[in-house]
Design a protein around this ligand. Structure first.
Ligand code: NAP
Ligand code: GDD
Length: 347
């Protein structure tokens, strides 16, 4: 018999890939969506039409992670076999500007879900979107499931509350609730104010003559960047395990923002060279002499994580995790998509 999944954050990057995966597996899909002043369902519109054409369930329900009554109403109605909690205020930089809202949604949101599951639907399995932000700065040492947490942003502090609440409900009430501690994962569907997408979109717009320069913050931050489409498969595998558990998901390779810009620029037909330092550093196209990248201190954060590094060994052994898309291929996929969106053929 087909299983039923409820997804929060279904309109986001990860939600949109997960829903495609689960529909392929024959799931009945329910998604929680917030009321927005304009419809923002571009990432799932096509999938929804395809599901309708095949007669597959794909239903959206209004609700908000900040509103306990909406959550319990939807859980009581759907009684999902699996609940993927991907919803939330997902921008680390913005969390410094909206710390209370971030806690309300990212920390207490999961508490609301767990309380509803416990009282209404205790056999529901929960996947919680935890984050490598939990680890803070590890000095470049690869983090695994045993590495202590040291959050460095309101976002990370909220995610830490959520992480431990999941563990507590698992231990206290026997719920099948798991954390996927995912390192950064990107795609052509990535939100436009995360650094990778900002770079690929910015380079494509410069190439199309729509913009002159790209303004960025810390070029030397390093991240373990993987491909979102691959990562959602791991979310599903985590919920298929007999026992609930927590897993680090990453590629095991870290690269800098600077490297990302250089790769993206090359793909867009530029040859970047760097001049100057600090806020005065610029990236110049060696062929035309044009300045394409400038530093804007507005994008610096009050506290930064200079390097994230991961040891995804447990996921490799237990979930058969073996990332296929590595850094250069990820940049290529994203750059190609953004160039093609602007009508520029790219191979
Ligand atoms: P995203 O693209 O920003 O999507 C976030 C989703 O959450 C959107 O569907 C958004 O709805 C929804 N949402 C926001 N506030 C909400 C609220 N109050 N109630 C209900 N839904 C709400 O994020 P993503 O990259 O797909 O990430 C998914 C989850 O994984 C997030 O929790 C994020 O913190 C976590 N995570 C992401 C990464 C990564 O690298 N991508 C790594 C580790 C963990 P709207 O469309 O209405 O805005
Ligand atoms: N957003 C942004 N914009 N970041 C910039 C910029 C810029 O113009 N310039 C440099 N950066 C640097 C940030 O300071 C950070 O060190 C790095 O680029 C990555 O920033 P983001 O792409 O915003 O991602 P993040 O690492 O802060 O957070 C993402 O990954 C987490 C997993 O580790 C988000 O997806 C989180 O939701 C997720 O938990």
């Amino acid at each position: 018999m087909s299983k039923t999944a409820l997804i929060t954050g279904i309109t986001g990057q990860d939600g949109s890939y997960l829903v495609e995966l689960l529909l392929d597996k024959g799931y009945h899909i329910h998604g929680l969506v917030r009321r927005t002043s304009q419809f923002n369902r571009e990432r799932i519109d096509q999938t929804r039409s395809q599901a309708a054409a095949k007669g597959q369930t794909f239903e959206l329900h209004y609700g908000d992670l900040a509103d306990a009554s909406s959550i319990s109403r939807v859980i009581a109605k759907v009684r999902p076999d699996e609940l993927y909690n991907l919803g939330g205020q997902s921008h680390v930089g913005v969390s410094f500007e909206e710390p209370e809202y971030t806690a309300l949604v990212d920390a207490l949101g999961v508490l609301r879900l767990l309380e509803s599951i416990k009282h209404i639907s205790p056999t529901t399995r929960l996947y919680q979107a935890s984050s490598s932000e939990l680890f803070g700065s590890t000095g470049g040492r690869p983090a695994n499931e045993q590495t202590p947490f040291r959050p460095r942003s309101p976002y990370a502090a909220a995610k830490q509350y959520a992480y431990w609440t999941v563990v507590n409900y698992r231990e206290s009430y026997g719920l099948h609730a798991s954390n996927g501690i995912l390192f950064n994962h990107e795609s052509p569907r990535r939100g436009e104010n995360f650094v990778t997408r900002k770079i690929t979109l910015g380079m494509a717009r410069i190439r199309a003559g729509l913009e002159q320069t790209l303004r960025l913050g810390n070029l030397d931050a390093r991240r373990d960047w993987g491909y979102a489409k691959e990562y959602v498969e791991l979310m599903w595998r985590i919920l298929q395990q007999q026992a609930a558990d927590d897993y680090v998901i990453a590629t095991g390779e870290s690269h800098s923002v600077r490297e990302f810009v250089e790769h993206a620029a090359r793909f867009a037909g530029f040859d970047l060279t760097w001049e100057g330092s600090g806020v005065h550093e610029v990236g110049r196209d060696a062929k035309s002499g044009r300045v394409l990248v400038q530093i804007d201190p507005r994008y610096y954060r009050p506290a930064e994580i200079d390097v994230t590094a991961a040891d995804p060994g447990k996921a490799g052994a237990k979930l058969n995790w073996n990332p296929q898309v590595r850094f250069p291929e990820l940049v290529r996929i994203m750059m190609k998509a953004d160039l093609e969106r602007l009508g520029i053929r790219a191979d």
